[in-house]
Write a protein that binds this ligand. Structure first.
Ligand code: 2M8
Length: 433
């Protein structure tokens, strides 16, 4: 399996970056790049560091790491002509990007890479440590952007302006906020390209959903990608609990690495403050009834009660031992990974016991190997080795067909969406290392 996974990453390698998949996603995606880098590190630490270096090349002046870097010509839609980031004061020079962001997984990846490099020693260790020191301020600026521009009132939840920013595009998490997004008559016409690459359109978001996605994109352009302007006028403003947990965990890890390697103390302290604030925000979102964390619709002030895998955010950032044990048991229990109908006991994107569950539709039920990796990583980090090992073993068993698919049908085990998806191959390599 490792050989085939390495082959997929090599085939998707474009020298200084890796396309998210060969046809459906022929560009560099932000959180994909994080997972990809940690997978590549099992084979080549310098190449893994290059992946992150290229990603940082797209960072905006306000610290934001954009969700897509367009390095190649392709028919991906929406491409640069739709994003029109030239209206944004903060856009980077010399690289075309989208104008929104994605979950801050990158420093978690960097800490895995550093760990690998230290195990290998020699040049690998030297290069990885130097890279952390050299890029510390850039990652700090990214985390500071999320903690300030995206949480101006210090609630401890990172605000997202588009479902794409969560990475879980059509998750039922966003059904209620999207119900208040009404594309205007001046939405420019569009032709979807994604459906040309997937055999069954029901595996992808619907046209109604797509129109809403593009309407929010339009609203961001009209706000010139200024967060204050968008907040005052945009339809979708939601506190994302998974992004917040990742920010907390990643900020602590960056503070740890920065402290060990002699990075500026002020920066290290700032990161600890960010970690504390967002950990508290995640804890406050816990539903006493279900034990799951919740997103907050900042337009309506309502908690979003959905049984999605993001509800286990507390496992990622930690902060309450009893609540963590409850989440661990819930995750491995019969509403989730232990559900009797599942082919493989990995993390489904939505509980199979939920009325929202759709077994073939994108982020509405299928199992996403990267999500399973994330929770295995989180459990391992909080000392829950047995639980982590069970997700790892099931995750590898699920990939045995070596399709390295984007997502899997939970009941039949069928591979769905794009094949040869880079981040799926990458997490397989990490699991096998
Ligand atoms: C999917 O999202 C893109 C838009 O960003 C799409 O559907 O066109 C999501 O699964 C997202 O999480 C992922 O980063 C991206 C590339 O794999 O594809």
């Amino acid at each position: 399996m490792a050989g085939r996974a390495g082959y997929v990453l090599k085939a998707n390698d474009r020298d200084t970056f890796t396309v998210a998949s060969p046809r459906l996603y022929p560009h560099m995606w932000s959180w994909d790049a994080g997972f990809v880098a940690l997978g590549i590190a099992t084979v080549s630490v310098p190449r893994a560091l290059d992946e992150l270096r290229t990603l940082l090349g797209g960072q905006w002046a306000n610290g934001m790491i954009p969700h897509i870097l367009f390095h190649t010509e392709s028919d991906y839609f929406p491409g640069p002509e739709r994003w029109r980031t030239q209206v944004a004061a903060a856009r980077p020079a010399g690289v075309l990007t989208s104008g929104i962001c994605q979950p801050p997984i990158h420093v978690i990846a960097l800490s895995r890479i550093l760990h690998d490099a230290r195990r290998k020693g020699g040049d690998d260790q030297e290069q990885a440590e130097a890279f952390v020191v050299e890029t510390f301020d850039r990652w700090l600026a990214w985390h500071r952007y999320l903690a300030t521009a995206r949480d101006p009132h210090q609630h401890g939840l990172v605000e997202i302006h588009h479902g794409w920013e969560s990475g879980m595009d059509d998750s039922p998490r966003w059904d209620a906020p999207y119900a208040n997004v009404h594309p205007g008559p001046d939405l420019p016409p569009f032709v979807r390209r994604d459906l040309a690459h997937v055999s069954d359109p029901s595996q992808r978001p619907s046209d109604t959903e797509y129109a809403r996605y593009l309407w929010l994109l339009e609203q961001k352009v009209r706000a010139r990608y200024d967060d204050v302007t968008y907040r005052a006028s945009g339809d979708f403003v939601v506190g994302d609990v998974l992004v917040s947990a990742l920010l907390a965990a990643a900020s602590d890890l960056l503070a740890d690495m920065g402290k060990e390697l002699g990075c500026p103390v002020d920066g290290v302290n700032e990161l600890r403050g960010i970690a504390r604030r967002f950990r508290s925000g995640v804890l406050r979102s816990l539903s006493p009834e279900t034990g799951l964390c919740r997103d907050l619709d900042l337009r309506t002030g309502e908690w979003l009660e959905v049984e999605s895998a993001a509800g286990f955010a507390l496992l990622i950032c930690g902060g309450d031992e009893a609540a963590i044990r409850r989440q661990r048991d819930l995750l491995l229990g019969p509403r989730w990974c232990g559900h009797s109908r599942l082919r493989w006991p990995t993390v489904p994107s939505v509980s199979p016991a939920s009325p929202d569950f759709r077994q073939r539709t994108y982020w509405r039920g299928p199992q996403w190997p990267v999500l399973n990796w994330l929770y295995a990583w989180a459990l391992n980090r909080s000392g829950e080795q047995e639980a982590a090992n069970s997700l790892r073993a099931a995750g590898l068993a699920q990939l045995v067909d070596c399709d390295f698919a984007e997502y899997y049908e939970p009941i039949t085990g069928e591979s769905l969406g794009s094949k040869d998806q880079s981040w799926t191959a990458a997490i397989a390599l990490d699991f096998l290392a």
